[in-house]
Design a protein around this ligand. Structure first.
Ligand SMILES: Nc1ncnc2c1ncn2[C@@H]1O[C@H](COP(=O)(O)OP(=O)(O)O)[C@@H](O)[C@H]1O
Ligand SMILES: [Mg+2]
Length: 251
């Protein structure tokens, strides 16, 4: 079953869609959610899973990860580290991630200190983790990303099966979607994608569809603006919404 990368501009609703998809898919099988956003903090609240666990911690901490990555790079990729050789299953994930019902959760890691350096090691860990993760038929992996397109530069999409492009009613969002489609349609790692319009009403939905059509971008799913979503988010509460129709249209 698919490993899905959820992408789009900041605030377009990536984490919201991730939480709604996790709720919906957890009725069909096990769902593992990876929070690969190094900055934003509240996906765990949306999922109702209180957890500080990180992949960076699992791999020995940021300093160890940086050392391993440096020796990997210096050996021009010949010298493998355990981080990059061990295959992982959902059963393995249960030992070091947090679970609620059928939903597992871990963060790659967050920027914790000023001057600590860039987030590239976290991008590399996300990419290598996804490459090593084995997924069975009734299992789903949802990867919530940071705003924008930097993860594509880091090759995080290499081991991904499907990309969800989330668009809110803004020109920036449309432009970023077009740019992203270009990035995932070139080179060795061409990926299928689905386009989701979020925070729309009837008027903005048809305007957006028209603007996207001019760019030859077809819309696959819609999530209307819902006040219960913004209310829950204001208080940092769990999102309980499921949406089978939306998820069926974008799988
Ligand atoms: N469909 C929606 N209806 C109402 N509010 C929404 C909807 N989708 C997202 N939001 C709100 O928009 C803000 C940004 O959403 P979020 O999922 O955190 O975006 P991202 O992860 O892309 O940065 C949050 O306050 C969230 O509650
Ligand atoms: Mg987010």
């Amino acid at each position: 079953m698919p490993k899905i990368l959820v992408c789009g501009r900041g605030g377009c609703g990536k984490s919201t869609l991730t939480a709604i998809a996790a709720n919906t898919l957890s009725k069909r099988g096990e769902v593992f959610v990876l929070d690969a956003d190094e900055s934003n903090l509240c996906l765990s609240n949306m999922l109702g899973i209180d957890s500080e666990k990180t992949l960076m911690g699992y791999f020995g901490g940021k300093a160890e990860v940086k050392k391993a990555l440096l020796s990997f790079l210096k050996s021009e990729g010949k010298e493998k580290t355990p981080m990059f050789t061990t295959e992982l299953t959902f059963e393995d994930l249960k030992n070091f991630s947090s679970w609620r019902d059928n939903i597992g959760f871990i963060q790659t890691g967050k920027i914790e200190h000023g001057m600590e350096g860039c987030a590239c090691p976290m991008g590399a860990v996300t990419r290598e983790f996804l490459k090593k993760l084995k997924v069975k038929d009734s299992q789903y992996v949802l990867v919530d990303t940071e705003a924008g397109i930097e993860h594509f530069g880091r090759g995080v999409h290499e081991a991904i099966d499907l990309v969800w492009l989330v668009i809110e009613p803004s020109f920036e969002s449309i432009s970023l979607c077009e740019k992203t489609i270009g990035l995932i349609s070139e080179g060795k790692h061409v990926k299928p994608y689905k386009v989701i319009l979020n925070k729309v009403n009837d008027e903005s939905r048809s305007e957006l569809e028209e603007l996207l059509l001019k760019r030859k971008i077809k819309v696959d799913g819609f999530l209307p603006f819902r006040s219960e979503i913004s209310k829950a988010n204001l208080k940092g509460e769990k999102l309980t919404i499921e949406d089978s129709n939306l998820i069926n249209s974008i799988l």
